[in-house]
Design a protein around this ligand. Structure first.
Ligand SMILES: Nc1ncnc2c1ncn2[C@@H]1O[C@H](COP(=O)(O)OP(=O)(O)OP(=O)(O)O)[C@@H](O)[C@H]1O
Ligand SMILES: [Mg+2]
Length: 212
């Protein structure tokens, strides 16, 4: 089974994946968790190019590098893991590309779809959990984590609001549109709820959709 988690930065994906892995492992499920870019020797090298700050990469160049890394991960890791009966959990997958590069940055959606089809070899998640949160709330979580001195907090938020909030709003709207078009695969969860409640809802959805 292939499970993916989506949502804007700070929505709580990594937190929920950790909880899910703990629950599934204790139930005896063989779980693999993966995060892009990376996961194979070639994909790790591509990751270094993407994370290196000293050079500029164009939006299309970045998209193709991400997609090359994804192609390696799908063929070398995801497909074999699924074939051997493992459950694969992905911290973001191609829906992030559509939401961020497509709806967020404005790259043509048909073009994106072609690149996604090539890089994923048409591998699709069985279920995708979308953690829905307002960009303002997600940013507050990020700020809570970085412990900005109190006197700078307002200034910091303003600066983030100016540069980031509009972008994240487009990404959020994008995710909602993607969900409408793939409603059979998506489960939307209110990410403002306590982590334990969200985890419970995720477990219930999995049991309902994939009874053992
Ligand atoms: N349901 C929740 N309620 C309150 N805080 C939460 C909740 N879930 C996660 N957090 C906190 O919000 C922050 C972001 O969570 P997390 O790292 O899981 O998000 P993420 O979606 O993986 O973000 P990113 O895309 O940046 O990796 C963390 O400090 C985490 O402890
Ligand atoms: Mg994370």
């Amino acid at each position: 089974m292939l499970i993916s988690f989506e949502g804007i930065d700070g929505a709580g994906k990594s937190t929920q994946i950790q909880k899910l892995v703990t629950s599934m492992t204790s139930e005896g499920v063989d779980v693999v968790t993966l995060r892009e870019p990376g996961g194979t020797p070639a994909a790790e090298k591509i990751r270094l190019i993407l994370l290196e700050n000293s050079h500029k990469i164009s939006p299309i160049g970045e998209l193709l590098l991400f997609s090359a890394s994804r192609a390696e991960l799908v063929q070398e890791v995801i497909v074999p893991a699924l074939a051997s009966g493992k459950t694969v959990i992905l911290d973001r997958f191609y829906d992030s590309t559509t939401a961020y590069q497509g709806y967020g940055r404005g790259i043509n959606l048909d073009l994106l779809q072609s690149i996604i089809s090539i890089s994923t070899c048409a591998v699709t998640p069985d279920i995708t959990f979308y953690l829905d949160i307002e960009p303002e709330e997600a940013l507050k979580r990020k700020f809570a984590k970085t412990s900005i001195p109190l006197e700078f907090e307002g200034e910091g938020l303003d600066r983030m609001e100016r540069s980031g909030i509009e972008f994240y709003r487009k990404v959020q709207q994008g995710y909602r549109e993607i969900m409408r078009q793939n409603s059979e695969r998506f489960v939307s969860i209110n990410a403002l709820q306590p982590t334990g409640v969200i985890h419970f809802q995720i477990m219930e959805s999995l049991k309902a959709r994939f009874p053992v």
